[in-house]
Design a protein around this ligand. Structure first.
Ligand code: 6PG
Length: 465
């Protein structure tokens, strides 16, 4: 057995883990893996042939192979497994060693682990890694949360393996405590909403405008050349070209319309309610996944409530593109606002410009729009809302009439546009100096003596209604 010491350890040699460790080895760092499965280990050895990479199924050997301080990344499913792996590792670690949880862990779990491990002298980093299996191999976007000083041990490795936009590495120490996983949760909420908006555009193209799958693919490819340029629009264009291997149909037409979810979208909506930060575009996308799962009820209701015959071709493809771009802007605005609120509430110390910057490459939500968002927070770190940035104001003023038209025509035709209409309603409320919620205050006071404030004098008032 050689006594080589490795720079980096990785637990969990599934496809994400193997790809990440091979990426590390491609960048002149030696890496050592741990997995309970012999099969995963032999796959790593064959895929990593000729590289400075190896592994074991034995935790003792794993710990002995890593140089000090040990830098150990976990790429295992979020939840209990993370605690089990940490408990297995702990007896073999020394004070000052580093554990990085690279899964989509729930941020309160990360806070708990951070505190428990700090008591043992272990530095813990809850870290969002985005980009899927391909990103892990070729360059993901990495959102690191934890102690900034100790992050320096890991920084050279992460900067080497992450995606690049020009000279910028798509990795940053985003803040304290659980901030890395929090930022990844918001990333995923934005991911959910962008996917929903694109799905609504598909619905309008196919069942509204009567376009073929080929036509839809070409249109998304064209959109991807302009302001909507993004990873999700790009892959959408490719999806519509894929033939099914089992039938002679297009694959998209034989995929069930029940969308699954693993939880990060739900968490951001729950946390938004806790913070009192409205993110209805993201909430709508989470709800739509839930509605999609009620297939039997949907089929029954479709018979009970036949759709009206209004003509959805009353919109142009350009108006649809405007509407999707508007939805993208509102979605990012809501996500950034939630980050700003969370940064205050949890004392994360987030820098929104840096977060927008590292989302420009490698991750699922990478999009041309993030250049504008990076500039917006770069020009003004105190920007309270993305909708106040000059360029966004100009764009949104040009877009909103198209959005209203698309939502109106879609609803009249019985096509659900939950993401677009939630975006439009959020915008309409946000830009209304006057809302009808004075009535809600009056109602609360009427039935519960909850008091109200007045427009013409200070204080809290109650009326015997
Ligand atoms: C990423 C993705 C990824 C996420 C999947 C599935 O950034 O690479 O966000 O982390 O797990 O997108 O999420 P759902 O199963 O919840 O759709």
């Amino acid at each position: 057995m050689s006594d080589q010491q490795y720079d980096f350890g990785l637990v969990g040699l599934g496809v994400m883990g193997r790809n990440f460790i091979l990426n590390v080895a491609d960048h002149d760092f030696s890496a050592y893996g741990l997995d309970t499965s012999d099969e995963m280990l032999s796959r790593l050895r064959s895929e990593g042939e000729g590289k400075s990479v190896d592994g074991t199924t034995q935790v003792t050997e794993f710990a002995a192979k890593l140089s000090s301080p040990r830098k150990i990344m976990l790429l295992v499913p979020a939840g209990k497994i993370v605690d089990i792996v940490i408990a297995d590792l702990l007896p073999h670690l020394d004070e000052g060693d580093i554990i990085i949880d690279g899964g989509n862990s729930y941020f309160p779990d990360t806070d708990r682990r951070f505190t428990e491990l700090a008591e043992k002298g272990i530095h813990f980093f809850g870290t969002g890694v985005s980009g899927g299996a391909e990103g892990a191999r070729l360059g993901p976007s990495i959102m690191v949360g934890g102690n900034a000083t100790h992050y320096e041990h890991v920084r050279p490795i992460f900067e080497a393996v992450s995606a690049k936009v020009g000279d910028d590495a798509c990795v940053a120490h985003v803040g304290n405590g659980s901030s890395g996983h929090y930022v990844k949760m918001v990333h995923n909420g934005i991911e959910y909403a962008l996917m929903q908006l694109i799905a609504e555009a598909y619905d309008m193209m196919k069942y509204g405008l009567g376009m073929t799958n080929l036509g839809i693919s070409e249109k998304f490819a064209e959109w991807n050349e302009g302001r909507l340029q993004s990873f999700l629009i790009e892959i959408t264009s490719e999806i519509f070209l894929k033939p099914d291997e089992l039938t002679n149909k297009d694959l998209i037409d034989v995929i069930s319309d029940k969308a699954k979810q693993k939880g990060t979208g739900k968490w951001i909506s729950q946390n938004a309610m806790d913070l009192g930060t409205p993110i209805p575009a993201i909430d709508a996308s989470v709800s739509m996944r839930a509605i999609s799962s009620f297939k039997e009820e949907r089929a029954k209701a479709a018979e009970l409530y036949p759709k009206s015959q209004s003509d959805p071709t009353m919109i142009t493809i350009e108006e649809l593109e405007d509407a999707v771009y508007f939805g993208f802007i509102i979605t990012f605005a809501q996500g950034m606002k939630q980050l700003a609120e969370a940064s205050v509430k949890y004392e994360y110390g987030l820098n929104l410009e840096n977060i927008a910057k590292i989302w420009r490459g490698g991750c699922i939500i990478r999009a041309r729009l993030l250049e504008t968002i990076t500039d917006a927070y770069g020009d003004n770190s105190e920007l309270t809302h993305l909708l106040f940035h000059d360029k966004i104001v100009t764009d949104v003023n040009d877009l909103w009439s198209s959005v209203n038209k698309v939502v109106d025509v879609a609803l009249n035709a019985g096509i659900s546009v939950a993401g677009l209409s939630a975006s439009a309603n959020y915008f309409n409320a946000f830009r209304s100096e006057r809302l009808p919620l004075n009535l809600i205050q009056a109602q609360r006071d009427y039935f519960g003596s909850h008091t109200y404030e007045r427009t013409d004098r200070d204080g809290h008032f109650h009326t015997e209604w």
